[in-house]
Design a protein around this ligand. Structure first.
Ligand SMILES: C[S@@+](CC[C@H](N)C(=O)[O-])C[C@H]1O[C@@H](n2cnc3c(N)ncnc32)[C@H](O)[C@@H]1O
Length: 288
């Protein structure tokens, strides 16, 4: 993640947490991979490869995958997976999809650009609409004519209940330390995501020059890994920006409180599982 001043922030991603608590993410990518429709001759740029599970699945079905991520730890983990496979079909690189695509990816190298479960982080890592549009335009510029851009990311309304619980528990954690923090300030400084609406995404794609084949949103209730520990694992894996300035014990007290707030919204007693309110925005766009 890059701050608004352009300086790199500490890499807070944990590949081991991701594997333990978020393996449902690559497992639920069937629809976006169908939109990508990987072919044996394809060379694919994957933006936000995470632990590399999905990138390797793509590599098995195409000529080559360039798996990239802004987290050095995730890239190292994905790279180790690719090396273990030892077929030379996937290489890895640290690239920030918000700011570095045009600079680091030679134009015309890949006929498809793919991204799953990443662009809400990309859009959240910059603050302005112009910067978000620039990130989309950069992909347009590196694709050859006929190249396709296929994405699934969090859409408007995604995990709304988790966002509210995280914000509330952070306000409470700071109140216990005698510090008043507002929801607005927490939104401005700690929220790592931006959940795009269909209308906005359509405008950004068309103004970049893309022709849209498919643009869709889906409310997709998502069962988290594990049973009772599932929500705690999710908050630990994805909620790291919210704990800035809190000690380990303050952080875990806040997580416990968020879990209890969420029990009324996301806990399903019948199946003894946590089901989060995911909304996915997906598109397949073409550079004509
Ligand atoms: C939820 S994971 C998805 C990983 C993978 N695509 C999958 O389906 O399992 C999101 C990934 O986006 C990466 N990420 C966040 N911000 C990014 C950015 N600005 N540029 C590139 N990658 C980013 C994170 O490091 C993380 O690995």
């Amino acid at each position: 993640m890059t701050s608004t001043t352009g300086t790199k922030q500490t890499d807070q991603w944990s590949p081991t947490d991701y594997v333990a608590h978020a393996s449902f993410v690559p497992a639920l990518a069937t629809r976006v991979v169908t939109l990508l429709d990987p072919q044996e001759s394809d060379t694919i740029l994957d933006l936000g490869c995470g632990d590399g599970v999905l990138s390797l699945e793509l590599a098995a079905r195409c000529a080559h995958v360039h798996a990239t991520d802004s987290s050095e730890k995730m890239v190292a983990y994905a790279g180790a997976r690719a090396a273990a496979k030892d077929d030379g079909k996937m290489r890895v690189q640290v690239i920030d999809a918000a700011t570095e695509v045009a600079q680091l990816v030679p134009a015309g190298t890949y006929n498809k650009v793919f991204s799953s479960a990443t662009y809400h982080w990309v859009f959240g890592s910059v603050r302005t609409t112009a910067e978000r549009q620039r990130a989309i335009k950069d992909v347009y510029e590196i694709l050859p004519s006929g190249g396709v851009f296929v994405v699934e990311c969090g859409g408007q309304g995604n995990i709304a209940e988790i966002l509210v619980a995280l914000t509330s528990c952070v306000i409470n954690a700071w109140a216990r330390k005698g510090v008043v923090r507002t929801a607005e300030e927490i939104r401005q400084t700690l929220w790592p995501w931006y959940f795009v609406s269909d209308a906005e995404m359509r405008e950004w794609l068309t103004s970049a020059g893309f022709t849209i084949d498919v643009l869709e949103s889906e409310y997709r209730p998502t069962t988290l890994n594990g049973s009772d520990e599932g929500m705690k694992g999710w908050l630990q894996t994805f909620g790291f920006t919210f704990w800035a300035g809190l000690s380990e014990s303050e952080k875990w007290a806040a997580i416990d409180e968020a879990v209890e707030m969420l029990r009324g919204a996301d806990w399903v007693e019948y199946s003894k599982s946590w089901v989060a309110g995911y909304v996915r925005c997906r598109f397949r766009a073409v550079k004509k």
